[in-house]
Design a protein. Structure first.
Lengths: 590, 580
């Protein structure tokens, strides 16, 4: 892994100026350290020499150098202040920039974004989704220690260390030689120790993770254990697992800390060698006291950034891994959207021509070879239609809805739009924005923006109170509002917190009914994915009433139907079926 | 630390042996002491060498410099091992004590564990509390020991310089950490809201991004995310202003100590109270001392973080021990009686006025819309939640939760949670009863197959049936089963209810099932329909109708209507494949 991923600089603007700033501050820090060393040497050196000769000097004799020393102190304080101040800000900005890009890119990838192309399976889908969510919310925070602590030390090592070695070279070439010889040994030995211990550490780390997971598993199962009255036994097991985990961890640490020991040993021993060498040459009169003190002060500083880089090594691996995960998402190619403007959907016919979509790991096409013609209503009141997508669960009904929306490209077959004069257009060529503007989509789990209930329902649509009230009557939302203490002003949290599942659905249906009540024509096509979970009789009636209202208004409702009541309402039923095709790759037996 | 400090309350649960801590502090002090020793002897060596004495006079110093240079790494290594050992022991003890406390406390705390990422949080919080030892206590102890030692060393040569060194050490060891901690508080307090919003908006975009795209609202939501992130950045910015000062103090104090030593040392040399060689020691030693205090700002932040983690853990801890449940014995010939029982949480009744008597062989169904309080009533009947009013009298009753936990162990061990002496034959029979024989046959290692953590490689329907199989194996004479049919297709769901009913009648136990599906309830002796009052009226839900399935079908219009809706979706033969 490269210590600084160039993609980070390319993707995050904040990272660029931060690296530039840190490099600048690094140069300034190097200057301040050198100046400080010289100031100390030029004050202490003459004082010791004169004192030894029996003619001690006063403060006035070294006043200029003391002034320089005060200046160096202030410089170092200001540099440290600036570094800390802007590092935090830059880290927050880099995280924010990457977060927005990851989120936007994942959304643009489409509904199956979470599934990496290499392993198309349902479990990876869920896991991939959770991983992206973790990355966008907490995972990217790992970049902060990397940017705030590791990266500055890394740049300091790159700038300060060679600069200081050059200064030492000017003062005493022997000491510089010691530094030049020992410096490369540090990373070399650390690498050697790392290589020799990598295998053991990896194995042990897995053991530790497993033991930790077992403890959490017992905690998670505590309600179940209590229900069975078996909660007291596992306490001893938690203790035993903890002990086993500690022993395994200590085994890892004994090895892992070796590299730290090598680092400390080499750096402090080098400083000692420099000190002894300088001391012995002083006796021989081969070096003066002033450069000798300067070298002595500078020697630890030469190794300090390297030591800190070593200490922050974990921050680096965690941060780079987080960045790596972000780039893995960002580098997945986006599907190329069509560019042709969509034809008017009212009065058109949707033609599904042998549409098949692979469903994950099960080696199933769902839907499989779906062929159907779905004529859409003209948009005039009375010409509306209800088209039900029917099929057993897992047959690909919701997937078909995604394909009709153009969010998912079929693995085989095409979706065509037939307009007047039998002109056929492939959905893949159509500009999605112009397509979506003619569709109202109500998924199973509708998204709700936070805010007062009225704004949540309107969601940016210009609606009058009358239209709102009328729509709410259809969906039964007016009953809900009547029961709320603050009525239409009741605050709703992100994702509809504060509302029950049934209430959320009513809110979404009311909002969907309001689509196009303003100046624009209502979208001629409504896609409704009927909710399956926990819908009681009242909730079901709401869905039926809403579908009827749409049909009466002349719109075409394509509904993913799970219940007979909706099928009974349909003007056309499209049967959807899946087919097993077997897996292309033979999986190793688990 | 105040008396109400949550760390104080949690620290005993770490069972820290202070002798181990002392050992780690000693080793850490030795490691840094060797650094200081290296600086002091090197300073002495150079100053003395500049007087060009015979080389032999320097031999002790040269050996000392080399020894100090070599020893530091070794001591540091030993210290890190010692301190991590203390921390890991502490974390293990904390986990075990936490488990014990939760196992004894009220069940509501335990139920809360399942919500959200609280559980993952507990793992992280335990680690954070444990880190207080390695990252705060031991570094602070080392800094104090080393600081005192260095001040004494410098003070021996020049007492005033020792005092100025002490002052500078207090700047970096007390003021800078205090500022750093304040900065962390500021970032946290101002950032908490922004952070929650950033998380919420990110998740919303990831979960619902496709519908936002179609509805044309993606751009607006991305802008909102950017705005929330900007607020988060600003809160960091404010905190960085304070932590910047902390860093500046840390960087400047070392040089300040050198300047003070020079200002005091030069006149002392002139006055003859300080030898020139000693001046070098007094001036150069401070350069090595501040390494000990440079970790303290981070230690202060860690202390804060550990305290917050401890606060969350304390919130989980029961403030009282659950009294061992001693429900009244039911009258002879009955297994469970509810007498005008009200059930609910935190003194707020969700369901009230429930009467029920279960005899051997009774099968009772609890119907009603989701969220009406069926689960709460079952938990109360099982004695896991105290009833708010009325009386519960029960033979040992088992509550089988809808989201019961499958442990990351074998199928057999998961079933043995019900009863430790479940044999393989028992297990097979129970799995057969719930229709899992085919599933079992497909498993790689039969009953010894591992289930993933939280049963991840088990489908929703298989999971439900495993949980019912486990309940069937329990010795309890009353089974209270919550939504056994969820995630199951209608045929399997109805068969599962038949299995539970047959179990009750065959073994002379009693079964109560909560179900929002009415179709299979014909198997029950009695159906209790719970209904919530009108939203405007408020108050707890009550039993709005009861009777056998057939009676309700005849007399209760709402029941009949709901059932008709389900019947309309009754399983039909699979649709023929469309002709392509």
């Amino acid at each position: 892994m490269r210590p600084l991923d160039p993609r980070l600089l390319r993707r995050a603007r904040a990272a660029r100026w931060y690296v530039a700033l840190t490099a600048g501050l690094g140069v300034a820090a190097a200057g301040a350290i050198v100046v400080q060393a010289f100031a100390i040497a030029h004050t202490l050196g003459p004082a010791v020499t004169a004192g030894s000769a029996g003619t001690p000097i006063g403060l006035a004799d070294v006043a200029p150098w003391l002034g320089v020393l005060v200046g160096a102190m202030l410089c170092r304080a200001v540099i440290a202040w600036a570094q800390e101040r802007y590092a935090q800000k830059a880290a927050a900005q880099v995280v924010a920039e990457l977060r927005e890009q990851v989120v936007a890119h994942t959304v643009a990838l489409g509904p199956r974004a979470a599934t990496p192309d290499v392993s198309p399976d349902a479990a990876a889908d869920v896991a991939g989704h959770a991983a992206t969510a973790t990355l966008a919310t907490r995972g990217l925070d790992d970049l902060e220690p990397y940017l705030v602590r590791y990266l500055p030390q890394l740049l300091l090592t790159a700038i300060l260390t060679p600069a200081l070695v050059l200064v030492v070279l000017g003062l005493d070439w022997v000491s510089a030689l010691v530094c030049v010889v020992t410096l490369p040994l540090v990373p070399l030995f650390m690498w050697l120790v790392g290589v020799m211990t990598a295998g053991t550490s990896q194995r042990r780390l897995r053991t530790i993770e497993r033991l930790g997971a077992q403890v959490l598993d017992l905690l998670a199962g505590l309600p179940t254990l209590r229900a069975f009255g078996r909660q007291t036994g596992p306490g001893a097991r938690v203790r035993a697992l903890g002990d086993a985990s500690r022993r395994a961890t200590m085994g890892t640490l004994r090895v892992a800390f070796l590299s730290g020991m090598v680092l400390e040993l080499l750096t402090t021993l080098s400083v000692a060698i420099v000190a002894v060498g300088v001391g012995l040459r002083l006796v021989e009169g081969m070096i003066a006291l002033v450069p000798a003190v300067a070298v002595l002060v500078l020697a630890p500083e030469v190794y300090l950034p390297l030591r800190r880089v070593g200490a922050e090594f974990h921050a680096s691996t965690d941060g780079l891994a987080a960045a790596e995960r972000a780039f893995a998402v960002l580098e997945r190619p986006l599907p190329t959207p069509g560019t042709t403007p969509a034809p008017a959907l009212a009065g058109a016919t949707l033609v599904l021509d042998g549409v098949s979509v692979r469903a994950g790991d099960r080696g199933v096409l769902a839907p499989a070879g779906l062929t159907a013609r779905v004529p859409l209503g003209s948009g005039r009141p009375g010409s509306g239609r209800v088209v039900a997508l029917r099929g057993p669960s897992g047959s690909g009904k919701s997937t078909t809805a995604l394909v009709l929306l153009g969010l998912l490209r079929p693995d085989a077959g095409r979706v065509l739009v037939e307009t007047g004069g039998s002109r056929l257009m492939d959905l893949a060529d159509i500009d999605p924005q112009t397509w979506w503007s003619q569709i109202t989509w109500v998924p199973q789990r509708p998204a709700l923006a936070p805010g007062p209930l009225r704004d949540v329902v309107a969601d940016g649509r210009p609606v009058t109170d009358e239209a709102l009230a009328a729509a709410a009557r259809t969906t039964g939302l007016d009953d809900v509002v009547a029961g709320l203490p603050a009525g239409w002003d009741t605050p709703v949290g992100l994702g509809g917190t504060g509302l029950s599942v049934g209430q959320r659905q009513r809110v979404a249906l009311t909002g969907a009914l309001l689509d196009g009540t303003g100046d624009a024509d209502p979208p001629p096509l409504v896609l409704l994915d009927e909710p399956t979970a926990h819908l009681d009789a009242r909730g079901e009636r709401v869905v039926l009433d809403t579908v009827r209202a749409w049909r009466d208004a002349g719109r075409t409702v394509v509904v993913v139907a799970h219940r007979a009541s909706l099928l009974a309402l349909a003007d056309q039923v499209v049967d959807i079926a899946s087919r097993e095709v077997g897996l292309e790759t033979e999986e190793a037996p688990a | 630390m105040s008396a109400a400090d949550p760390l104080r309350r949690v620290l005993p649960m770490l069972e820290v042996r202070w002798s181990r801590v002392a050992r780690a502090v000693l080793l850490g002090t030795l490691a840094l002491g060797f650094s200081v020793g290296l600086a002091a002897t090197a300073a002495w060596l150079i100053a003395r060498a500049s007087q060009m004495p015979p080389v032999l006079q320097l031999s002790v110093a040269t050996v000392g410099v080399r020894a100090f240079g070599t020893g530091r790494g070794v001591w540091r290594y030993l210290e890190r091992l010692a301190s991590h050992d203390v921390a890991l022991r502490g974390m293990a003890a904390l986990r075990a004590n936490l488990y014990d406390a939760l196992a004894r406390g009220p069940v509501s705390r335990v139920v809360a564990l399942r919500r959200g990422d609280l559980l993952a949080r507990v793992g992280a919080d335990v680690d954070d509390v444990g880190d207080v030892v390695v990252r705060a206590l031991i570094p602070a102890g080392v800094a104090v020991c080393l600081g005192i030692g260095s001040v004494v060393l410098v003070g021996v040569f020049l007492p005033a310089a020792g005092l100025t060194l002490l002052g500078c050490l207090l700047l970096t060891g007390v003021l800078a950490p205090w500022l750093a901690s304040r900065a962390a508080v500021s970032v946290e307090r101002r950032g908490a809201e922004a952070r929650a919003e950033v998380t919420g908006r990110s998740l919303e975009l990831l979960d619902d991004g496709q519908q936002l795209r179609v509805a044309g609202r993606l751009g607006a939501r991305l802008t909102a995310l950017r705005a929330a992130d900007a607020r988060l950045t600003r809160s960091t910015h404010d905190g960085a202003r304070i932590s910047g000062v902390s860093a500046a103090i840390d960087a400047g104090a070392q040089t300040l100590a050198v300047i003070c030593s020079l200002l005091l040392g030069l006149p002392a040399v002139a006055a003859g109270t300080l030898a020139p060689v000693e001046l070098a020691v007094v001036v150069l030693t401070p350069l090595a001392v501040f390494e000990a205090t440079s970790t303290l700002p981070a230690a202060a932040v860690q202390l804060r973080r550990s305290r917050e983690a401890a606060r969350r853990l304390v919130a989980l801890l029961p403030d009282r021990e659950e009294r061992p449940r001693t429900p009244g014995r039911p009258a002879d010939g009955t297994l469970l009686t509810l007498d005008d029982v009200a059930a609910g949480w935190d003194d707020r009744a969700v369901v009230a006025g429930v009467d029920l008597t279960l005899r051997p062989g009774s099968v009772v169904a609890l119907a009603g819309p989701s969220g009406v309080g069926k689960t709460t009533l079952l938990l109360t009947a099982a004695g896991l939640v105290p009833s708010l009013a009325g009386e519960v009298r029960a033979e040992d009753a088992l509550f089988a939760a809808e989201d019961g936990h499958l442990f990351g162990t074998t199928v057999l061990e998961n079933l043995r949670v019900a009863r430790p002496d479940v044999t393989e034959t028992d297990a097979r029979r129970a799995l057969a009863a719930v229709g899992l024989t085919d599933w079992l046959d497909a498993l790689p290692r039969d009953l010894d197959s591992m289930l993933g953590p939280d049963g991840a490689d088990v489908s929703g329907g298989e999971r439900r049936r495993l949980l019912v199989a486990r309940a069937l194996l329990a010795p309890a004479r009353v089974l209270l089963v919550d939504e056994p049919a969820e995630h199951l297709d209608a045929v399997t769901a109805d068969a599962l209810l038949d299995t539970l009913a047959a179990h009750a009648r065959d073994t002379g136990s009693a079964v109560v099932v909560a179900s929002h599906r009415l179709t299979p309830l014909g198997v029950a002796d009695e159906v209790l329909v719970l209904g919530a009052p009108a939203p405007a009226a408020g108050g707890p839900a009550r039993v709005v109708a009861r009777g056998t399935h057939d009676e309700l079908l005849r007399d209760d219009a709402g029941y009949a209507w709901s059932l008709a809706q389900e019947a309309a979706t009754a399983p039909r033969p699979a649709a023929p494949p469309p002709v392509g």
